[in-house]
Structure formats: C-alpha cells, structure tokens
Design a protein around this ligand. Structure first.
Ligand SMILES: [Zn+2]
Length: 277
C-alpha cells in the first residue's frame, strides 16, 4: 500500500515537471514544430516548420522536395509530393545533414537524394543508413527540369562542413538551409564543423548570387535578400563583442528580439563560440 502511494506521488510529480517544461519551452522551440504553408504559385509551395523549412516544386519533368523534415511532418510532405508527382519522378535535396532537415529521407526510396559532399562515414554514423542520401554535390549542380532550372550550390563550411543552398532560377527563390536563421539565434555545433568566419564568407557569396527575390531560411519566416544581410550583421556584431567584452552587453541587447533556445542558442552562446570554437 505504502509503495503504491509513493508510486502515484512520483507519477504526479513527473507529470507536473513535464507539463511545466512544455509550458516554458514550447514558445521557444514551438517554431520548430508549428507548421504553416505558403503557396507561392501553382508550382511552388513553402512548408515552414515540422523541422526545417521545406520547399515543394512541381516542374515539368520532376517534383523536387527541398529538405524532408522529421517525424509526422516528413510523412505528410512526402505524401503531398507523391500526390503532385503523378508519373513524374521525385527528387529530394538536403541543404545539410541535421536531422530536422533529413529525417524524412527514408520515405524517398528509389529517388535521387542530393546533399553536399560530406565524408560518407560521418554521414552514416550520424544519419543511419535509412536516411542516407545517394547523390553528393562537391561544388555545384544544375538540374534542368523544363519550366524550372534548379541550381544546387555547395557553399562549403559554415553552419556545417558542407552547406548547400538551392536557387530556383525562374522563381528567383533561394533556399538557404540553416545558413540563415531568420530572427533566431543560430545553432553552432563543434561536431558539425560550424565556423563563423566561413559562415560570413558563405553569406557574402549568397549576396553575390544574381536573381534572388525571395529567401527561404532554414528556420523562421520567409523574406527577401535583406535577410542575408541581417544574418551577416548579426555575426559581425557578435565578432565585435567577442573581441571587446565592453560591447558584449550592448550586442546582446541589440538582438534581444531574436529567438533564443535555452541551453542551446543565444547571443551570448554565439559570442562564447566565437571566442572558443
Ligand atoms: Zn542545422
């Protein structure tokens, strides 16, 4: 009887802790899970959330999915792609290897799945065989699909060792993967090979790409090319703060509107990473 009581109390405590955690953390992490759809035109749909932001392009000769999301959202996206494809083939593109962008790859059996040219042993260790892509882009690749030309650019190191951006030439839409977090403090992980200096170089290269009207970031809302400049300014400011501690407080204040993820991302975490990458 006594043990039964203790067990019930423990279960109640666990429920309270989980509930409190959900209330505190959902507003912060919610953007990762909350989904919203933006129909650009009859051929292009952007699906935000459910992991990283994704694109679904219906071209003459193929349907292209940019980033395959995770869990339930991944399956919904695949089913949508399949319903739009009809007899056309489906092509998947991963902007980088992080699970929130690639965990839906397992649904794309028999399809070409493109990613940057990472070390394949590293990829296998991180992603497991079921999500492993099968096409590796070293520098760039152009897919001519009739009514749309899809350009894949491996930008090299930045957020990870091989970040890829995808330009839909006729739509003038650039998918940046996690090289842009729109008003969200960025993830910087040593194991991924994150490098702030190289990241800034990637942003400069993106700014030099012609014909970009709309930008789809890895996380956060879509916008225009000023988003690329904002991300660059963020890192430049954090570098200034990292070099001069008297400016640290002001720089953290300047970006207080940017979403922070507890124990993961914040202006301070970025400053600390720049000091000790
Ligand atoms: Zn990422």
């Amino acid at each position: 009887m006594k043990w039964k009581k203790i067990l019930i109390i423990m279960v109640i405590i666990l429920i309270v802790i989980a509930g409190t955690g959900a209330v505190i953390f959902y507003p912060m992490y919610g953007f990762m899970f909350h989904e919203s759809t933006l129909v650009v035109d009859k051929d292009l749909t952007i699906i935000r959330g459910g992991g990283g932001n994704s694109g679904l392009l219906v071209a003459d000769s193929a349907v292209v999915v940019i980033d395959t999301k995770m869990s339930g959202a991944a399956e919904t996206l695949y089913n949508l792609a399949k319903s739009k494809a009809g007899s056309r083939k489906i092509i998947a593109v991963n902007t980088h290897y992080h699970s929130d962008h690639v965990n839906g790859n397992k649904f794309y059996k028999g399809c070409d799945i493109y990613i940057g040219a990472y070390d394949q042993k590293f990829l296998l260790g991180d992603m497991g065989s079921e999500n492993l892509p099968n096409r590796f882009v070293k520098d760039s690749l152009v897919l001519n699909l009739g009514n749309e030309t899809v350009c894949l650019y491996n930008m090299g190191q930045g957020h990870t060792m091989n970040d890829m951006v995808v330009l839909l030439k006729n739509h003038k839409v650039l998918f940046t993967g996690d090289l842009i977090f729109n008003k969200v403090n960025p993830f910087l992980k040593r194991v991924s090979g994150a490098s702030v200096d190289k990241w800034i170089g990637d942003l400069d290269r993106m700014l030099s790409l012609p014909g970009v009207a709309m930008v789809v970031p890895g996380h956060g809302e879509t916008g225009d090319r000023t988003m690329i400049e904002s991300m660059k300014n963020y890192f430049t400011d954090m570098k200034t703060a990292a070099a001069d501690p008297t400016k640290e407080k002001a720089m953290c204040e300047k970006y207080k509107e940017w979403l922070t993820l507890p124990m993961m991302t914040s202006p301070q975490a970025t400053i600390d990473y720049i000091r000790k990458p």
